[in-house]
Design a protein around this ligand. Structure first.
Ligand SMILES: C[S@@+](CC[C@H](N)C(=O)[O-])C[C@H]1O[C@@H](n2cnc3c(N)ncnc32)[C@H](O)[C@@H]1O
Length: 278
């Protein structure tokens, strides 16, 4: 993709400028999203137009004008070229997803992590996906293994798209979309039911850890996502694990920990897989 991006902007940007666009480009279905560096902001419109022309599968090009932010973890977009349509269909691991790149969180960069989780899930499990978004992790897992998944999200658009994605993937009755605050939903109806709890809201995992424990069966696995500062990459797993052990209130065994993706200089999104016993 990067090579294609560089070829597309050849003649408009210098090589150094094209280099700056590296890693700042996602294609989701027929939508391209660019995070243009400040130095190239004045050229964003022309970059958008050229990309739309060169990338035959693209119908819209947007500039991401804010970071992913707020409770719903969404971003602001500015149309650079093509149709002003933020909904598209995205295919991954044999599943189809309706996503809205403006109204609900979605990242193609979590694809490897979704596959990893689906591999670990065992047939017969009940999974609670506390911050499930449009259902990506839930649906990929449920397509691969015979499991039941509660996909909770506080954003009504994410919950609506998840309901549509459940039907698109013929998983009615297997994945359930629940709109609401994860801690409230767990408090009201999901005590002691989860074999596996997913906590993909790395900024606020500590705040929700007690709810995750409440949702878990006597023995369960929690996938705890967090952000970790580290001078060196190889320190991340142990720093994230130490942090988890310092905040968890019950007996836990670390099964593994790893970097999910870099999110800034010396700053990583990490996941800790922990077996808990209550
Ligand atoms: C980082 S996104 C992850 C979404 C999804 N797991 C995925 O990978 O596509 C976090 C999600 O948590 C949701 N969220 C934020 N606060 C929440 C809460 N208190 N209860 C339930 N969902 C919440 C946001 O709306 C957002 O969709």
């Amino acid at each position: 993709m990067t090579k294609m991006l560089k070829q597309a902007v050849d003649g408009i940007l210098t090589e150094a400028e094209a280099e700056e666009l590296y890693g700042a480009f996602d294609q989701i279905g027929n939508i391209i999203i660019l995070r243009v560096p400040d130095s190239l902001l004045s050229k964003r419109k022309i970059i958008g137009e050229v990309l739309l022309d060169k990338v035959k599968t693209a119908k819209s090009v947007y500039y991401q004008s804010s970071p992913v932010e707020g409770d719903y973890r969404i971003r602001k977009l500015e149309l650079l070229a093509g149709d002003d349509k933020t909904e598209t269909e995205y295919k991954e691991h044999g599943c189809r997803f309706k996503v809205d790149v403006e109204k609900a969180f979605f990242s193609p960069r979590l694809s490897t992590e979704r596959e990893r989780i689906a591999e670990i899930v065992e047939d017969g499990e009940t999974i609670i996906n506390m911050f499930g978004g449009v259902g990506m992790f839930s649906i990929v897992a449920a397509k691969k293994k015979k499991c039941h998944v509660y996909n909770i999200d506080i954003n009504p658009d994410a919950a609506r798209l998840c309901s549509e994605n459940i039907l698109l993937n013929k998983l009615k009755g297997t994945v359930e979309s629940i709109e609401g605050d994860a801690s409230r939903v767990i408090e009201e109806k999901l005590h002691d039911v989860g074999d596996r709890i997913l906590m993909l809201l790395p900024e606020r995992s500590d705040e929700f850890l007690e709810s995750a424990i409440k949702a878990a069966k006597k023995k369960a696995v929690i996938h705890y996502y967090c952000h970790t500062h580290a001078e060196k990459k190889d320190q991340v797993s142990s720093l994230a694990s130490q942090h988890f052990l310092s905040v968890v209130s019950i007996k836990s065994e670390i099964l593994g920990a790893k970097i999910v993706r870099p999110v800034g200089p010396r700053f990583y999104q990490a996941v800790v897989d922990a077996a808990i016993s209550k």
